[in-house]
Design a protein around this ligand. Structure first.
Ligand SMILES: Nc1ccn([C@H]2C[C@H](O)[C@@H](COP(=O)(O)O)O2)c(=O)n1
Length: 167
């Protein structure tokens, strides 16, 4: 028998939605080169944390270095910047993150992987996997504790956010 249901069929799937929120969150970053966004989602599909890469609280973006400097760590952004994943964990609005999924635009580095492991999250879903040795270290940690990870494969190229049109 044919269905009489008239619901929309092109609604966002959960992965599209949470990766979409991660990409939107990345747009808050002041990093001129790489903007990373991350959301943490519990087993009931509730967002329990979100973050993007940025300087620590209270450190004015205008005073901090945003480039890299191999010779002078005090002029290198990586000495200071907080990664999106760390910020998402620090911003959590629940007691613990056990069993949660972490959605991120960039695969977690080894330092963030430690935080994911210690938080007892269950899965990592990522868009890009750029930084190879750090990724290998992260995968080693995830494999050892059974945290699964998979790349988000988009089924559509874009989602439009139009501030001028909404009903
Ligand atoms: N998983 C990651 C990896 C990197 N980040 C941040 C750290 C920096 O702000 C930026 C990477 O800069 P680049 O090496 O491309 O100049 O992304 C992060 O938040 N999460």
């Amino acid at each position: 028998m044919a269905s009489t249901s008239l619901h929309r069929v092109d609604f966002l799937q959960w992965d599209e939605y949470f990766i979409g929120v991660s990409i939107l969150t990345a747009q808050r970053s002041k990093d001129p080169k790489t903007q990373v966004g991350c959301v943490i989602v519990d087993t009931r599909y509730r967002v329990v944390g979100a973050g993007y890469n940025g300087m620590p609280w209270g450190c004015p973006d205008t005073d901090m270095p945003w480039g890299k400097d191999e010779k002078d760590p005090l002029q290198d952004k990586n000495t200071f910047v907080c990664h999106a994943e760390m910020n998402a964990v620090m911003n959590k609005n629940c007691v613990d993150l056990e069993g949660c999924r972490l959605y991120t635009t960039l695969f977690p580095c080894n330092e963030c992987a430690k935080i994911v492991v210690q938080s007892r999250m269950a899965e990592v879903i990522y868009v890009s996997d750029r930084d190879s040795w750090k990724m290998d270290a992260s995968k080693r940690l995830f494999d050892q504790v059974g945290i699964t990870y998979r790349q988000f494969i988009p089924k559509r190229n874009s989602i439009t956010i139009d501030f001028t049109k909404h009903t």
